[in-house]
Design a protein around this ligand. Structure first.
Ligand code: GLU
Length: 349
């Protein structure tokens, strides 16, 4: 190559480099704007979300479990917990509400920990139902019957699948597992348990149908009692935030440093939360917030930003699908502002 040609090729190389640099500018600057949020950002956002949505009156307390209708509807708490155990909170943080269905992914995690994700897939299923959380029809139309561990049928099946030699041991394992995720002791709200167990004819029907189809793995009434007790565990907004942060931290509780599930099973669990965590509104939720989440009729919602932090909120008034109206708004607001939707920053529109 002549000196001139060599010069030309060096020149072309430099121009090429500049063009690539320019083309990458948006990527570089968006990477900068998506830089890790600071403690001030987190605190400002939970405060903003609390103030923006604290006066929303839409929805109503769940009342099919009679006692849930007596929980003060105005309660509202918002929190973020990071994978290194920092908690940023606004509003109600002490009130212990019943965990309800937010317990379901954590018991699914216990089944995965004991027996691996294949068992969960084969003996329960991982498909969203597109139907309400307590659907009996789902049981009849899907060959898996239980369908996934985040609807009532699959969650009762998950409890029955926990390897235990007695009902007491089954309960102890389920309870200790929830406490491991929360990093502290969690009481059972006995009045919630009694109220739900006395009225759980629908869930009893589900447990018996599953047993009939060979998709329940313990005595049906035992599974029903342990499941109902699991749903009656009392948590506050901060407990919920730490439970979510434990998933964000790959299964290690950031407060206690204890591993509560194998890191390699966290992605499968989050995948089920993404597709089925919001019941028949799961698609809507992924469209607007883009985060694996789980809701409960007690008014709690946990959302996980994998590898980073959890955003949670609690407020008792629910929409038709059984999801807390204020909690949904608060979480999607924060997720939108931080641009942490899994598939890119959702605009929430
Ligand atoms: N214990 C409730 C039930 O079985 C949980 C429902 C929920 O939170 O979605 O109906």
């Amino acid at each position: 190559m002549s000196v001139k040609n060599r010069f030309r090729s060096a020149e072309a190389w430099l121009i090429g480099l500049a063009v690539v640099g320019l083309a990458l500018l948006p990527v570089i600057s968006s990477a900068q704007s998506a830089a890790e949020p600071t403690a001030e950002d987190f605190q400002r956002l939970v405060d903003e979300a609390y103030n923006l949505f604290k006066d929303v009156k839409e929805g109503a307390n769940a009342n099919y479990i009679p006692i849930l209708d007596t929980v003060p509807s105005e309660l509202f708490g918002v929190a973020i917990a990071t994978r290194d155990g920092k908690i940023f909170a606004a509003g109600e943080q002490e009130y212990r509400f019943s965990i309800q269905s937010v317990s379901k992914p954590f018991t699914a995690a216990l089944v995965m920990t004991q027996q691996g994700p294949k068992v969960l897939r084969e003996k329960i299923g991982v498909e969203p139902t597109g139907l309400p959380f307590n659907s009996k029809m789902a049981l009849e139309i899907y060959p898996e019957r239980s369908v996934n561990p985040l609807v009532n049928a699959g969650a009762i099946a998950a409890v029955s699948l926990v390897q235990a030699g007695s009902e007491d041991e089954r309960w102890k394992l389920v309870h200790e597992n929830l406490e491991g995720f929360a990093g502290g002791t969690l009481p059972v709200l006995e009045d919630v348990y009694t109220s739900e167990y006395e009225t759980c004819w629908g869930n009893r029907g589900i447990a018996n149908l599953l047993y009939n189809y060979g998709r329940l793995y313990s005595d049906p009434e035992e599974a029903l009692r342990v499941y109902t007790r699991q749903c009656s565990v009392g948590i506050n907004t901060r407990d919920l935030a730490v439970m979510g942060a434990t998933l964000a931290n790959g299964g290690v509780n950031p407060l206690t440093g204890r591993r509560v599930m194998p890191a390699e099973h966290v992605p499968e669990l989050l995948a089920i939360m993404a597709t089925a965590g919001f019941y028949d509104e799961s698609g809507e939720w992924m469209y607007s917030a883009g985060l694996p989440s789980k809701t409960g009729v007690g008014g709690g919602i946990v959302s996980v930003v994998p590898g980073k932090f959890a955003i949670v909120a609690f407020s008792p008034r629910l929409n038709e699908a059984g999801n807390s109206v204020r909690a949904m708004r608060a979480i999607s607001y924060i997720a939108g502002k931080l641009g942490v939707g899994l598939y890119g920053p959702n605009l929430g529109e």
